[in-house]
Design a protein around this ligand. Structure first.
Ligand code: NAD
Length: 495
């Protein structure tokens, strides 16, 4: 018998019991995992007030020396490391992903926090020292304020850690609304922050639905910015609502990445990259390599090898240490993935492997779809255009470099793309012409914390990670100082 986790909201450094709860059952086998508070406007208001107090009283967090914030985040990181196995297990159970990917996700989240903590020591500012003897300009970065963070279910920890430690390093305070399906790790890491000595009110978590909690957070006048990761449809809605109050937004939205494989690539490495690119996290990944654009001369052989490798993918329960692929997040999502597969068949693509729900004894209680590859996919087909968010690959061929670039860019999204070639000139030319925030050359889904992440086009606004990620959580203030000396010339006036 499994222990069912039960949580209230985390507000001002304490658990607040809820009157209504929502249940999360395992997408892999239907077992009850956790109960979360089903909150609304009232709880959001309490949390925003706590975050507001912790921000506006400059002695608590926002105006501490950056190094003090760095040290506090550092103590928190030690506790995250201590509890890494517990967090990884919760992440795997609630998302349905294999445990080794839950562990990898938790490790990467900690890496992001380490980097963000270091940035707190040195938030950039500029001095304008050449405006004449009577003048001095200071361009300073200030923390933006109270940040409302809304996160999805596919990578609950990573999507949060691309925001949270950066906002904390900048001096902001936060109210987080995690996905109602995967809230445990967010609540756990908030409580760990208190144990690390991060002051009460700096991190608050309110759980519940997007309609109740997400809407209340977006509309709250005490929130200065919404940092959202999720679907493009909800992102557009949030941006429109935030505009009513001219609230800042950071939006990390959907994607439709392509892996572009040229005939001169290291084929073995490209096969590994394309395989990982479409099956990692069951394909529930914003930068999933869901389209394969392959040079016609090698297409048949490449796809045949990819099918063979896809057959060897180990499908498993979250606790299976060897599993490569887990369960989809919930039944309706699985039905949606299956309906995309049906559209591929109807619109004339050729099914090479998969295409079905797995129903044998071990997987029958869960929402499992096996690795699925379609060839003969054309740009007008739904599976080429829409985000499927399942382990489904759409293969399209090209003959020239120009055609490859045109196909890759033929999408409303622009989050990431990969390309595979041994020709450095071609790699750089194509990288420059791809309209996406990330381009991976001879690798896929690999990056370092110093590099910004975000989308062109409908994949979002703003950047996370890197110094750019931290700067999103700051406002710029120009302080112009008149010194005692008389000016040589008349100064310009401010409009
Ligand atoms: P979603 O947009 O349905 O939900 C995301 C979050 O928004 C959840 O917490 C949800 O409760 C909340 N929400 C829903 N309606 C809301 C509303 N009206 N107001 C405020 N909040 C609301 O997305 P999802 O299904 O949880 O996640 C999958 C999507 O996330 C995919 O499109 C994926 O590409 C995207 N994603 C993007 C990135 C990135 O970094 N660009 C990373 C991971 C996931």
């Amino acid at each position: 018998m499994m222990n069912v986790r039960e949580y209230g909201n985390w507000i001002n450094g304490a658990w607040l019991k809820a009157s209504a709860m929502v249940e999360r059952t395992s997408p892999a086998n239907g077992v009850l995992l956790a109960r979360f508070a089903d909150s609304g406007e009232e709880e959001v208001d309490l949390a925003v007030k706590a975050a507001r107090r912790a921000f506006d009283d400059r002695s608590i967090w926002s105006a501490l020396p950056g190094g003090e914030r760095a040290k506090a985040i550092g103590r928190w990181i030690e506790l995250l490391v201590r509890d890494i196995d517990k967090l990884a297990k919760m992440e795997a159970e609630e998302v349905g992903k294999p445990i080794r990917f839950g562990k990898g996700e938790t490790e990467w989240s900690i890496e992001l926090a380490r980097y963000a903590a270091a940035l707190a020591w040195q938030i950039p500012s500029d001095l304008v020292n050449n405006a004449g003897d009577a003048n001095l300009g200071m361009v300073v970065r200030e923390p933006r304020g109270v940040i409302g963070m809304i996160t999805p279910w596919n990578f609950p920890l990573v999507t949060l850690f691309q925001k949270l430690p950066f906002a904390l390093a900048a001096g902001c305070t936060v109210v987080i609304k995690p996905s109602e399906l995967t809230s445990s790790t967010t609540l756990e890491i908030a409580a760990l922050a208190k144990e690390a000595g991060i002051p009460d009110g700096v991190i608050n978590v309110v759980t519940g639905s997007g309609k109740a909690v997400g809407e209340a957070l977006t509309g709250h006048h005490g929130v200065d910015m919404i940092s959202f990761t999720g679907s493009t449809a909800v992102g557009k809605h949030i941006a429109a609502r935030a505009a009513e109050q001219m609230k800042r937004v950071g939006l990390e939205l959907g994607g439709k990445a392509a892996n572009v494989v040229f005939a001169d690539a290291d084929i073995d490495a490209a096969l590994d990259g394309v395989l990982l690119g479409y099956i990692l996290n069951q394909g529930e990944e914003c930068v999933q390599g869901t389209r394969l654009l392959i040079e016609e001369s090698i297409a048949n052989e490449f796809v045949a090898k990819l099918v063979e490798r896809s057959k060897k993918i180990r499908i498993g329960l979250p606790e299976d240490p060897e599993a490569d692929l887990g369960a989809l997040i919930h039944e309706q999502h699985m039905e949606k993935v299956l309906s995309y597969i049906q559209s591929g068949l109807k619109e004339g693509a050729k099914l090479e492997i998969g295409g079905k729900r797995l129903t044998d004894s071990e997987f029958g209680k869960g929402f499992y779809v096996g690795p699925t590859i379609f060839s003969n996919v054309t740009p007008n087909m739904t599976i080429f255009r829409e985000e499927i968010f399942g382990p489904v690959l759409a293969v399209t061929t090209f003959r020239t470099v120009a055609e490859a670039i045109e196909l890759a860019n033929d999408t409303n999204y622009g989050l990431g793309n990969g390309l595979w070639t041994k020709d450095i000139d071609k790699a750089i030319q194509v990288s420059r012409e791809l309209k996406s925030g990330t381009v991976s050359v001879n690798t896929f889904l690999e990056t370092v914390v110093q590099m910004p992440f975000g989308g062109y086009k409908e994949s979002g606004i703003g950047r996370e990670n890197g110094m750019d990620g931290l700067l999103e959580f700051t406002e710029v203030k120009s302080i112009f100082i008149k010194l005692g000396k008389r000016p040589h010339t008349l100064p310009h006036t401010v409009n």
